[in-house]
Every structure is written in structure tokens, then in C-alpha cells.
Design a protein around this ligand. Structure first.
Ligand SMILES: [Fe+2]
Ligand SMILES: [Fe+2]
Length: 215
């Protein structure tokens, strides 16, 4: 793997788009470009089920904030325009995921994590660092992220209250998109990451998901 190098100094335009994307992701309600993938009336959940679904969907929402921030950071420091376009396309789909999780959280009378600005900033930085290793490493990082996200969604599908089919359909749709994001990153030349990097990523996301369950 090549040593990381800094991209050429960012233009004022790119700094403004970075700030704009960050503020929208963290503070504005997300806009979905596709309908909520949850058919039928909201199921009647017990208080305990509603609270558990709310906590799990808050974790998923935070995961989507981080996923979008990683892609924004990677796009910011990408070398080629084609890589940047691929990353920003994935980030726009993560924005649907954000909007879907937000919609479900409000149906569950739950809330998003108060630490999301922190997760956005940390993930943006990690994404930019990954991109400093070059586009192949950055795409490999994207592919590994999505592989770990898929495992995380599988675990949540098993934990969700059985009657909460609305949250379930949202997670299934997100899972399908995230698998496609990983495949696109590999097809574009994403390199396999070394095992220590993969395990560092797993530990970092564990801290985030465990915290978001509560706050
Ligand atoms: Fe996602
Ligand atoms: Fe994704």
C-alpha cells in the first residue's frame, strides 16, 4: 500500500460544498429520493417493543450518519473524478437511509442520537484519511465498511421485535443498497484491506453503535 499523501489544496468551492453537506447531514431533516420501503399500517407494539425498536433504529440512523460522512470525507480527498462521483452517488443513497430511519424513529416516538455531529466529524476525518492512501485503498475501505454494515444490519434484523415489520422492511432495503455500494466499490478497483485495518474499523464502529443505543 502506498504512503498517504495529501490531495492538492482544496478550492473554496470544495470547502463550501463540504460544509454544506456536513450541515445538511447533521442538522437538516434528510430528504428521501425514494419512498419509505415500509408497507402497511404501523404495527401495534408493546411499550417495551417500541423502546427496543427505537433504540435499534437510533443506532441504525447514527450508522447512516457515519456512512454518509465517510463517503463525504472520501469524496473530498478522492484523486479521480470517477471515484468521487461513485462515492457521492453512494452518499446520496445513504441520505435515503437517513430519511427512512428518521421517519421510522418518529413513528416510534423516539429520537436521533445527540452525538451525531461528533460521529459525522470523526467519520469524515477517517474517510479523508482513507482517501489519502489513494483511490484503490479508499474504495477498498468503502467495500469493507459496507461488508461490516451488512453484518450489523443482519444482527439487528435478528434483534428487532418480531412484530415490527415496518422497521424490518426499512433495514432490508438499506441492506440491499449497502451490498450494492460494496460491490460497486470492488468493481471500481477497491483493494482488500489488511486485517489490522479491518479490525480497527470493527472496534471503532462498535464504540459508536453501543453508545448510540443509549444516547
Ligand atoms: Fe446505508
Ligand atoms: Fe451504503
Amino acid at each position: 500500500m502506498a504512503w498517504p499523501t495529501l490531495p492538492s489544496p482544496p478550492s473554496l468551492d470544495s470547502i463550501i460544498s463540504v460544509a454544506d453537506r456536513a450541515l445538511r447531514s447533521v442538522f437538516a431533516p434528510a430528504q428521501a429520493s425514494r419512498p419509505l420501503p415500509a408497507a402497511g399500517a404501523a404495527p401495534d407494539l408493546t411499550e417495551a417493543e417500541r423502546r427496543e425498536s427505537g433504540a435499534l433504529m437510533r443506532v441504525n440512523h447514527t450508522g447512516e450518519v457515519a456512512a454518509q460522512a465517510l463517503y463525504h470525507g472520501q469524496a473530498f480527498a478522492a484523486r479521480s473524478e470517477s471515484t468521487r462521483a461513485l462515492l457521492l452517488k453512494a452518499a446520496r443513497e445513504e441520505s435515503d437511509h437517513l430519511a427512512w430511519c428518521e421517519a421510522r424513529l418518529s413513528e416510534l416516538q423516539s429520537r436521533t442520537s445527540i452525538l451525531n455531529p461528533l460521529w459525522y466529524a470523526g467519520s469524515f476525518t477517517i474517510g479523508a484519511i482513507a482517501a489519502a492512501f489513494g483511490d484503490r485503498a479508499s474504495l477498498g475501505f468503502g467495500s469493507e465498511t459496507e461488508r461490516q454494515v451488512e453484518g450489523h444490519i443482519d444482527a439487528h434484523l435478528a434483534r428487532l421485535p418480531a412484530r415490527d415489520f415496518r422497521s424490518r422492511s426499512i433495514l432490508e432495503a438499506m441492506r440491499a443498497d449497502d451490498i450494492a455500494h460494496g460491490a460497486a466499490a470492488r468493481a471500481a478497483g477497491g483493494a482488500e484491506l489488511p486485517a489490522p485495518a479491518r479490525s480497527l474499523m470493527k472496534h471503532t464502529s462498535r464504540v459508536m453503535t453501543h453508545t448510540a443505543y443509549w444516547i
